[in-house]
Write a protein that binds this ligand. Structure first.
Ligand SMILES: NC(=O)c1ccc[n+]([C@@H]2O[C@H](COP(=O)([O-])OP(=O)(O)OC[C@H]3O[C@@H](n4cnc5c(N)ncnc54)[C@H](O)[C@@H]3O)[C@@H](O)[C@H]2O)c1
Ligand SMILES: O=C(O)C[C@H](O)C(=O)O
Length: 327
């Protein structure tokens, strides 16, 4: 029997937790033959709710769900984990920017980075979803000095998926016709959703769209502000689409990217395309055998460069605001 993969999920009794746990237990991350063990972390007041979620997981009788751990101790939750999905954090409410959460949420990621460093399996890979995701990821990474930094990533896949859908709708094509979309930089309203290097049915997206004003004045701000639009409409931040994007992120990292396409992942900056060092920056990446690589050789216009510079600058400012939390 294949040995199980241990997946830690923090904030497991929260909204995203509720949308993601059942899919993981169903085998959506690693396929239909790979058993999993869910190691779920919550804070003490949410433990009772977590017990209810665990009862429901049990009631699904998922064949691949080999065991569950429910705990309010990060040392227990991260014991021997192969994957850590760091979701637990406060969501923003109407009128807030994600970086307004930095003080409250940043403090969660220092002890979690330390606990991962002490207890995770040697092959651990980390996805940070809790906002502000890039800078929380930086905090966790810097407090886990024994884990190779490239194992720490933050989620811009939801923005990536949003961008695909917007382009497909505008072009009147199925989402599968849209490839090579990129989200550059921060998971924030300064992110740069890049349609200029994208393809639709194998042709340059700007040529197919043939409406540059729409790209600049509608597409880019729609993707940048979609999280806020969902909060405005639902009264709560996106949960099912965020869970779906987290599943996609892990799937791509685990199974690889298909030929002729790439995905967006926020990773420790490589300095590529003149991006700032020492932050978690989202790039276009291809993935093979569990290793991601930034797509090289894209030619950037002045507009692209200005957009990258703006989001890079915001990441530097976020880092400066939490400098004391970096190990
Ligand atoms: N990167 C993205 O694209 C993206 C998308 C959607 C949401 N988010 C972010 O994900 C986070 C979670 O969103 P949600 O809707 O599930 O929120 P939620 O409030 O429904 O759930 C968060 C859960 O985290 C728990 N929690 C708080 N502190 C914790 C800690 N120290 N350890 C473990 N658990 C802890 C809470 O008890 C709660 O159950 C928010 O920060 C939200 O902004 C990110
Ligand atoms: O926008 C938010 O605060 C939630 C999330 O980051 C999103 O993009 O939907």
């Amino acid at each position: 029997m294949t040995s199980p993969i241990r997946v830690a999920v923090t904030g497991a009794a929260g909204n995203i937790g509720y949308a993601i746990l059942f899919r993981i237990a169903n085998g959506d991350l690693f396929g239909p033959d790979q058993p999993v063990i869910l190691q779920m972390l919550e804070i003490p007041p949410a433990m009772k709710a977590l017990e209810g979620v665990a009862m429901e997981l049990e009631d699904c009788a998922f064949p691949l769900l080999q065991d569950m751990v429910l705990t309010d101790d990060a040392n227990v939750a991260f014991k021997d984990v192969n994957w850590a999905l760091l979701i637990g954090a406060r969501p923003r409410s109407k009128g807030m920017e994600r970086k307004d959460l930095l003080g409250a949420n940043g403090a969660i990621f220092k002890p979690q980075g330390e606990a991962l460093n002490r207890h995770a399996a040697s092959d651990v890979r980390v996805l940070v979803v809790g906002n502000p995701a890039n800078t929380n990821c930086l905090i966790a990474m810097r407090n886990a000095p024994d884990i190779p930094p490239e194992r720490f990533t933050a989620m811009t896949r939801l923005d990536h998926n949003r961008a695909i859908s917007q382009l497909a709708r505008k072009a009147g094509v199925p989402v599968t016709a849209v490839k090579k979309v990129t989200i550059w930089g921060n998971h924030s309203s300064t992110q740069y959703p890049d349609a200029y290097h994208a393809e639709i049915n194998g042709r340059p997206a700007p040529e197919v769209i043939n409406d540059d004003a729409w790209i600049r004045e509608t597409f880019i701000p729609t993707v940048q502000k979609r999280g806020a639009a969902v909060i405005e409409a639902r009264g709560q931040s996106s949960a099912a689409s965020a869970a779906n994007a987290a599943i996609n992120h892990v799937q791509s990292w685990y199974h690889g990217t298909p030929p002729g396409d790439w995905v967006s992942m926020a990773i420790p900056s490589t300095g590529a395309y003149d991006t700032p060092e020492g932050v978690i920056f989202s790039y276009p990446v291809t993935i093979q055998n569990g290793q991601y690589q930034v797509v090289e050789g894209l030619s950037l216009s002045d507009f692209d460069r200005a957009m990258l510079a703006a989001t890079g600058q915001e990441l530097l400012e976020e880092r400066a605001a939490i400098e004391e939390m970096l190990g």
